[in-house]
Design a protein. Sequence first.
Length: 672
Amino acid sequence: MIFAYRWFIIVLPFKPQELTAPLIAILFTQKAMTETLLQYSIDEQMEELLISEGVLTEDQLLKARKIHQQLQGQRSLRDVLLEMNWISDDRIEEAVRSQRSRARTGEILVARNLITEQDVAAALDLQQKSAPRAKRIGEILIEMGLIEERHVIETLSEKFSLPVIDPDITDIDGEIVRRISLKYLRRQVALPIRIVDGELMLLVSDPLKTAFLEEIARLFNCRIKLALATSALILQKLDLVDALLQGKDSGIADYQKVKYHTLESQPQSSEDRVIQMVDQLIKSAIAEGASDVHLEPMANKLRVRYRMDGVLVHKVDFPRDYTPRIVSRIKIMADADVAERRKHQDGRIFVKVEDKEIDIRVSFYATVFGENVVLRILNKASLISLRELGFAPNILRMYTEDVLGIPSGITLITGPTGSGKTTTLYSSVDHCNDPTVKIITCEDPVEYVIDGISQCSINEKIGLTFNETLRSIVRQDPDIIVIGEIRDKFSADVAVESALTGHKVFATFHTEDSVGALVRLINMDIETSLIASTIGAVLAQRLVRKVCLNCREQYTPEDRSLRRFGLKREEIASFTLWRGKGCTSCNFTGYRGRLGIYELLVPNVDIRDAILQKKTMQEIRQISLDSCDLCTMQEDGMVKALRGITTLEEVLENAPRVFHHRPLGALFGIVG
């Protein structure tokens, strides 16, 4: 069935005889489109709708048809009905709206091609089995993983002509919210916004809770005007209201009593709202597992985003007027200069949440609209074991036995910022932590505190510099030295000299891959003989997102992705590949959690000879592939994708591209 709408062609997947009156009403949901369509014709389905709604009688329709035939096309049937005053645009719109309100949720979802009639039948079957407390059809379809809650909200909006809104926190009248128990509102998933002209705007996820709506109407003694939002959004707003407007403790207890601001200090009462706002943002970010919080001033608002699993997710917007007060509050907590707004600054905040120590590094960056603030959240209790990082079996065995198990040599962990180097470094050091060895570190700053290890945090303000600390570290009789990062030739020389004297050295390094670390050391004018004799291993890594287990579904990758990996479709026929559809538990990304993909290079005699001869990166890489069975990050990620842990597309986005391709059998033999 095809409708012409101005210059658009609207193609609907129904035959005219299949259209029932409710389904017609579903299709004509916008008044503008309804009126435009009716300017052309009134077909049999619209006639049926108008008669069933009492807008038109069958006798009137027959008379109008006769007049239309006598006019021989000079007037449309619609024009005839209008001139006879038997119909009007308002009556037609009212009829459409009336039919739409009686349409079932399942019918609308099917009409929008979100589900099939078989899906509806299966959901209805489950609904009958859930009696006597039967769930709504939309709720069941969400639990089945067929749709998301936002689809149900959009359907209810269409069915009942209710707006879908995302209110700003400052639009919510706190005095109104205080008149109701927040616990009760959370249970009902509802939020009163404000009263305007005797009407209470009430935000709900389910507009059919009549008993609740009647109770709210009695409580406020006014009419109720409904608006819709998802449950997650309403609960998030309730949390913010709880913190901002009711002045309750946000749950961030006991900021550590270091030199930084603590919650024990008494702020001015006029700033209570901002204090609670900042505390709630920190609490929410920690609870949701965010690694970073971005507060970004824009022309007309302050945007807040969380980095979840490496991807920025928009959380909430505040009015622009809040920007300077929020930034000032964070500066006070981070011991930064509140008066300085033209220069970039750094700071640090320590908090305790539910007995967990959280270290937050803060960066202030001056922009044209104000200071951009990024809070990096470091959970000191989140140190994880090597087995949980995502190593393939054979790679993990090689790393623990042939790298961590030897008493000397340099282990370099490389990758760009945000690739998980620090986590791997600490997990490796913790693996080596033993009462019989002395481990000492030089870090900027200390990100994870490990019992039994002497950790030093650089402090340039008091003269505790990186170079000075490195000079002193070897005089502490260590067995294992941890250098937070090889920054320059001086730190590289210290690492090499320490390894030559029998120490085991761990360090991070910013390079593209494992072979690139060796070549960069050569380019830093470190003697090739020293590099060849001291480098015990180079571990390059990236992070990829894991497929969400809650909404995963089987899929077939595109030919383009297969070509990038050198795969043929028949080669992967025996594997089950998964990807996430997107759900509330994964923020509708299809991914939840991350793991590492690794490239472990343990130099053998051939590679050490290549270093001595200063061969090119391509030559050393080829030797590594041929004589060391090096598994690249792209290959490691491909194996993980074929095992259903991540997707091929996610690996392509994050792993350095390689152009050699090995048989799958050989590759699986290497990784185990």
